[in-house]
Design a protein around this ligand. Structure first.
Ligand SMILES: CC(C)(COP(=O)(O)OP(=O)(O)OC[C@H]1O[C@@H](n2cnc3c(N)ncnc32)[C@H](O)[C@@H]1OP(=O)(O)O)[C@@H](O)C(=O)NCCC(=O)NCCS
Length: 333
């Protein structure tokens, strides 16, 4: 196929049928890149494009050959002036047309547009096999995206034995369980912990990132967005009995189309309460809480930032094993 038969253009986000075609493209790419992984969820894909994260809007470009979608680049663009970085939501080229410049042309189109809007950086999360770089990393290297933080993906197979929990929580603490979001009376404390986690993650990266800041409204909007994307979310928080303060939480989500696969998201314990096993208790308790409602669950996947030895240790002790590599990469526009 000649390169000039590829056309690139903006995607309309109000055309569900067209977006659905690009979702199929993403599924086809994933079935080649990660043949053993769960198939991408259509509702989550459409939801992320149509109902952006709080404070973001979405811009997307497609690539077509003879009317057939062959490439997609979708970007989350911050609305407010505080953050100057845009984040790639989806970037995929159909396996049949790779190494023909489609990815490069999509990238050039997106970055030219974003630079015109005054954005300074664009980040992408690449993932590949555990033992080496995948096409995303090779493409990022070739197009000058610096690696700012490496990750390992770890997966846990759920056996027939359910995790036990409340018996092993440290004296002086109690657990709270929520589904579908954070109750309004806990959102301020939850937002402070989420901001703290974002700041710790930014401090691990090699770039001067402005960490994301949360407040109670943003926590509410974020979980409302996850709900609109079809995610079933499970949260467990730990409260210090003497002070009544929340001092940690763990969050997990399952996409609408997934009954067997869950994603372990944030886990944080505030520094003054670390070293008491609360991180492991939170994860185990949240998993148990999830299994109560998700009897078909078989695997949980999580991304562990390189350098976060404490979380790596917690995950390994739990039975998580590394099965993919990943990296946060950044283009300067
Ligand atoms: C990454 C991806 C979008 C690249 O799309 P593409 O159309 O094949 O990219 P291009 O043809 O424009 O490649 C540009 C350059 O990147 C490098 N590159 C891309 N894929 C590569 C690979 N598999 N191995 C080594 N280098 C690669 C090459 O230097 C290439 O130039 P060359 O072909 O002249 O040597 C595509 O492989 C894909 O969809 N991967 C899965 C999803 C993904 O990883 N997304 C994250 C993207 S950062």
């Amino acid at each position: 196929m000649a390169q000039d038969s590829v056309s690139i253009g903006p995607l309309r986000l109000d055309e569900e049928h067209t977006l659905g075609e690009f979702h199929r493209l993403q599924q086809q790419a994933q079935s080649v890149d990660f043949p053993n992984g769960p198939s991408s969820c259509r509702r989550a894909f459409l939801g992320q494009m149509i109902h952006p994260r709080p404070g973001n809007s979405v811009l997307a470009w497609g690539a077509w050959v003879g009317g057939r979608p062959v490439g997609l680049c979708a970007i989350g663009v911050p609305k407010a002036d505080q953050r100057r970085t845009a984040d790639v939501l989806h970037f995929a080229v159909h396996p049949d047309v790779r190494r023909r410049g489609v990815g490069g042309r999509l990238l050039a189109t997106a970055t030219r547009h974003l630079a015109g809007l005054g954005l300074q950086k664009m980040t992408v999360f690449t993932s590949g096999p555990a033992d080496g770089a995948g096409p995303g990393d090779a493409f990022a290297d070739a197009t000058g995206a610096a690696c700012i933080l490496r990750y390992q993906r770890m997966s846990l197979l759920i056996g027939p034995t359910r995790p036990t929990v409340d018996s092993d929580i440290s004296v002086g603490y109690e657990l709270l369980h929520w589904r579908g979001g954070v109750p309004s009376n806990h959102r301020v404390a939850f937002a402070e912990m989420s901001s703290r986690l974002a700041a710790e993650e930014a401090a691990r990266s090699s770039a001067s990132q402005t960490p994301e800041d949360f407040d109670e409204d943003k926590v509410q909007e974020l979980y409302a967005a996850l709900d609109a994307w079809g995610y079933r979310t499970y949260l467990t928080a730990v409260r210090h009995r003497d002070t009544g303060l929340l001092v940690g939480y763990s969050a997990l989500g399952m996409a609408d189309a997934h009954q067997q696969h869950a994603s372990q998201w944030d886990t944080i314990v505030l520094p003054s309460h670390r070293g008491r096993g609360l991180g492991a208790v939170l994860k185990r308790a949240n998993l148990s809480w999830t299994i109560d409602h998700e009897p078909e669950l078989t695997t949980v996947a999580t991304w562990n930032a390189a350098g976060n030895a404490a979380m790596l240790h917690v995950n390994e002790s739990f039975g998580f094993r590394v099965d993919q590599s990943g990296a946060l990469r950044e283009w300067i526009l």
